[in-house]
Design a protein around this ligand. Structure first.
Ligand code: KIV
Length: 292
């Protein structure tokens, strides 16, 4: 097996300079992480979307830091080379800079993440600054912030008016000045995302934010067509796992009911001499075990 060179923030910065795009996917387990590493995905995000796509919650709010750190540890074991981002869940960084640093430290020291992601705007600039000072590499998530969904009044595109776009552009600048090492833009008009991407040396990863960002992130279950429901127009499906998996489960279920599974090929047999000897001993004991 060949080992790829470790992707670092320096790699991502160079990719921006060279205008070579960065591919990122959310990942929630060891086996999938291995496949992504094999496929050459640059960066994996252990996202709090786990609460929705794996746990069945209707928002990301119930996710806890302990749970996500355990998942990040598993993902890191599957992907030693990619750039691994730990997503700070709801209330793990908003309460105080001290708590933000302590919780981010779990992603960094326990799980071996390369950076942590926080959903921010200018109100959290001091927190980002404190984290950066404490040597925590921060990816600042701007635009649509799913942890603020109640305050935002729903999943809506952010920065649509000139006024709102200017605020977003200023927020991005403030995050860079506070020491963030990368930006993530969610649901921002392409034009605004392009301005932010061009005006910073930080790598900018987009999700539903147009083609000008330095990289793109997608949610695993959305891109695989896995998990049911109708995906929004903005989601591109690269596979339709739903049908593949339902067919496999249906066929297994039917074969068990028909008793066509397992066949001899999927069973283990005794050595015939041992089997004969077993039968002989059981009947010598007068046991009725052979007939039950
Ligand atoms: O948690 C997550 O999956 C995310 C993506 C939507 C970027 O934050």
């Amino acid at each position: 097996m060949t080992t790829s060179a470790k992707t670092t923030i320096a790699t991502l910065r160079a990719r921006k300079r060279e205008r070579r795009k960065i591919a990122m996917i959310t990942c929630y387990d060891y086996a999938t992480a291995r496949l992504m590493e094999e496929a050459g995905v640059d960066s994996l995000l252990v996202g709090d979307t786990y609460a929705e796509v794996c746990l069945g919650h209707s928002s990301t709010l119930p996710m806890t830091i302990e749970h996500l750190v355990t998942i990040a540890e598993a993902v890191r074991r599957g992907t030693p080379s990619t750039y691994l981002v730990g997503d700070m869940p709801y209330l793990s960084y908003q309460i105080s800079p001290q708590e933000a640093i302590r919780n981010a430290g779990l992603f960094m020291a326990k799980a071996g993440c390369d950076c942590v992601k926080v959903e921010v705007d200018r109100r959290l600039v001091r927190t980002v600054e404190a984290m950066a000072t404490a040597t925590i590499p921060v990816m600042a998530h701007l635009g649509l912030k799913p942890q603020s969904i109640q305050a935002l009044g729903g999943y809506k595109v952010q920065g649509k008016s000139a006024d709102d776009a200017l605020v977003l552009i200023e927020d991005a600048k403030m995050m860079e000045e506070a020491g963030a090492i990368a930006l993530l833009l969610e649901a921002v008009p392409s034009e605004v995302a392009a301005i932010i991407t061009e005006s910073t040396t930080l790598p900018v990863i987009g999700i539903v934010s147009g083609p000008q960002c330095d990289g793109q992130v997608v949610v695993l279950h959305d891109m695989l067509g896995y998990g049911g429901g109708h995906p929004p127009r903005s989601v591109k499906q690269y596979a339709q796992l739903h049908d593949v998996l339902v067919n496999a489960f249906r066929t297994f279920s039917q074969e068990v009911k028909d008793a066509t599974f397992p066949s001899a090929q999927h069973s283990v047999a005794m050595d015939p001499a041992e089997h004969k000897e077993l039968r002989r001993r059981l009947s010598a004991r007068g046991s009725d075990a052979t007939s039950s």
